[in-house]
Design a binder for this molecule. Sequence first.
Ligand SMILES: Nc1ncnc2c1ncn2[C@@H]1O[C@H](COP(=O)(O)OP(=O)(O)OP(=O)(O)O)[C@@H](O)[C@H]1O
Ligand SMILES: [Mg+2]
Length: 353
Amino acid sequence: MNDVFSVELENIVKRFGNVVAVDHVNLKIRENEFFSLLGPSGCGKTTTLRIIAGLEEPDEGIVKIYGEDVTDVPTHKRNIGMVFQHLALFPHMNVFENIAFGLKMRKVQKEEIRRQVKKILEIVKLEGLENRRVNQLSGGQQQRVALARALVIEPEVLLLDEPLGALDLKIRQHMMVELKNIQRRVKTTFIYVTHDQTEAMTMSDRIAIMKDGKVQQVGTPLEIYYRPSNTFVASFIGEAVNLIEGEVRENGLVDTSLGTIYCTESLTKGRVAVMVRPEMVEISDKLHDVDNLFKGTVQSIIFKGSYIEYRVDVQGNTFIVHKHGSAELERMHHPGDFVEIGWRKNSSLIVPI
Ligand SMILES: Nc1ncnc2c1ncn2[C@@H]1O[C@H](COP(=O)(O)OP(=O)(O)OP(=O)(O)O)[C@@H](O)[C@H]1O
Ligand SMILES: [Mg+2]
């Protein structure tokens, strides 16, 4: 594991009047990492990014770039590139001129500008479009021009604030894959702000989940999906989640209002939530081979394309069950059906509360 840190935030606090937009944030972002800040609207993502950029001054704390304290260094002296949702490309300039702009400002020689723009055009796959005006490009192509423009100056860190927010779903999905590929090719730290978990999960090496200015958890997409550090993260990540609160009786046993739930984790006494992801739950008229079994009634069923979502009432609690595969269509249950739901004990994941 590479333990060179490109960006470090130490105890960063930023207040706007009574609002604590960033509340004692500590982050260590690794060199060449694709790192996302993910969280609901207003949780402090943009403010954190602007503090890294030097566009916002923190009230407390230290910002370091490659180990150097840059808290008092102005934006233009930090070697940082930025891409935002609203691109602010120059509409009267063509693709080449837009990308070359930053190099011209830096008084780079003409031939060198040509060489660097050509190289970056290959990386973002816009070769052949250098003479097009940017208002003659698709949304996805414009986004790549903005990326190229930010990358051509070879920043140490690239900051991206919801750069795909304005694109439609298909282009966004395509750009997620492209962005990740581009990041691999240029080998630069990307710090990516989004409220869209799919974007964060698809591209990130690690994700910081934020809420009310505080970092809730930092982890790989797998860690935050299967090992959420609290019930907020458990609910925020994933299409849906089943959380059942209870009291630890002993190792592997949690007493809940539904009855005892079996798990495989070693537990210490106290209140916990048992998390069961909807795709881990089985549903049938009669279930076998599960460690946790409950009887319920189907409340609703939604066909989501690649899977079926059931809502099942179990003693007044709603369980969400996802079933993938075309075989499931043939044994579909219907609202009002009595069913059994259940799961193996290693699918009961314990979340602290
Ligand atoms: N310049 C400002 N003056 C006053 N309050 C601000 C200012 N900038 C941000 N805030 C407040 O700080 C909090 C965090 O805002 P921020 O823009 O960082 O959130 P965000 O996570 O980027 O949200 P979104 O997903 O909606 O972009 C919000 O409550 C916001 O209203
Ligand atoms: Mg924002």
